[in-house]
Design a protein around this ligand. Structure first.
Ligand code: NAD
Length: 364
């Protein structure tokens, strides 16, 4: 059954890790390494079943292949899950045991933070392997990715504005923002400086107050965000917020935000947006600044370079819009196609034999 699923989803390798001493049970899913080592975070979650953990690891790993490829990174897709309660079960032993499994893959998989894990956890993993990014800044790591993610979303939004209104200036545009957390705060700063009119909401009073105070923006109630009239809606809080209930209410011309998995049902809801004539910037392209930032550590981290690469999200989103128009498909489908094209072209380019130390016959 597992091999059938791997075949269907075109998975390269799945590693099951079972360490008696630490109690570690983890799954590392490597989806595709055509473009480079598989990079994706380590989720620590109290899954109800092993099956649920495996499905999640595979789904997330495949998502990373598309995200990394579409971002123009020379990085493949992978993800790992540790079956444990992140509030109770995390320990140095558990995390180091996991690090040893990552090390055993010899660089085929590079881990990072995800739901349930943070830079301090990664520091333990780092005791056992170099194949980890996003550890504590004191080790020379890239630190909080949110500002770079926000910059990438800002660039994506400029290109979305160009597609929707004919020019990429956000001056005078009204932008509604759901969530005022780490990414949204930095995004609002860029938008405020660009002269946009902002309407924001958050369930966290402190978070929303900070944005209101620092940028003098208008705030509305949490439930009002889907009804408010605006040029662009920017979801920066939760996933699955574009659904049967919310899409018919929207009074916006375009959507571009940082939240992961904004579409409740990818096919159905991307089509609903297309049918309503709302331009949608696929979330996994708009929010790629985070992975662009940590991936830069593989070259010895440089903030200027990370920002310069995040800036290219403008062009990537542009390509997506071009494919969508040319083929008359949703932007979500166009984004997938762009990622697949890049991987397939690279496969072809690498089809010729070159001599490396691994393939020289060394019979003596
Ligand atoms: P965060 O936790 O700092 O901010 C999220 C904010 O959303 C919080 O202030 C929270 O109170 C608010 N919120 C939750 N439910 C809400 C609701 N129903 N209505 C309004 N506000 C609500 O997280 P973040 O790092 O800013 O990330 C925001 C989104 O972007 C997440 O979906 C995350 O997965 C995604 N993302 C983040 C990064 C990154 O670099 N941080 C990278 C890629 C994607």
């Amino acid at each position: 059954m597992i091999f059938d699923e791997m075949e269907k989803g075109e998975f390269d390798q799945i590693v099951f890790c079972n360490d008696k001493a630490s109690g570690l049970r983890a799954i590392i899913a490597i989806h595709d390494t055509t473009l480079g080592p598989a990079l994706g975070g380590c989720r620590i979650w109290n899954y109800d079943s092993e099956e649920e953990a495996l499905i999640d690891a595979m789904r997330l790993a495949k998502g990373m292949t598309y995200k990394n490829a579409a971002a123009g990174l020379n990085i493949g897709g992978g993800k790992s899950v540790i079956i444990a309660d992140p509030k109770k079960d995390k320990s140095e032993l558990l995390l180091r045991a996991f690090g040893r499994y990552v090390e055993s893959l010899n660089g085929r998989y590079i881990t990072a933070a995800d739901v349930g894990s943070n830079p301090k956890d990664l520091d333990f993993i780092y005791q056992e392997t170099d194949y980890v990014v996003g550890i504590s800044e004191s080790y020379g790591s890239s630190g909080d990715p949110s500002p770079v993610t926000a910059f990438g979303v800002y660039r994506a939004m400029m290109r979305t504005a160009k597609e929707t209104f004919g020019e990429d200036s956000l001056e005078g545009k009204t932008i509604s923002v759901q969530g005022c957390g780490n990414v949204a705060y930095n995004l609002c700063k860029y938008l405020h400086e660009a002269g946009a009119n902002l309407i924001v909401t958050d369930i966290n009073e402190e978070a929303v107050e900070r944005v209101v105070k620092d940028f003098g923006v208008k705030r509305i109630g949490v439930d009002e965000i889907f009804d408010v009239e605006a040029d662009i809606f920017s979801p920066c809080a939760l996933g699955a917020i574009l659904n049967d209930e919310t899409i018919p209410k929207l009074k916006v011309k375009a959507i571009c935000g940082s939240a992961n998995n904004q579409l409740d049902n990818i096919e159905r809801h991307s089509q609903m947006l297309k049918d309503r004539g709302i331009i949608y910037a696929p979330d996994f392209i708009a929010n790629a600044g985070g992975v662009i930032n940590v991936a830069d550590e593989l070259n010895g981290y440089n903030r200027e370079r990370a920002l310069a690469n995040a800036s290219k999200i403008y062009d990537q989103i542009g390509l997506v819009f071009d494919i969508a128009k040319k083929e008359n498909i949703t932007t979500e489908k166009a984004a997938d196609r762009m990622a697949e094209d890049r991987i397939n072209t690279m496969k072809e380019m690498r089809s010729n034999f070159i001599r490396t130390e691994h393939n020289i016959l060394t019979r003596k």
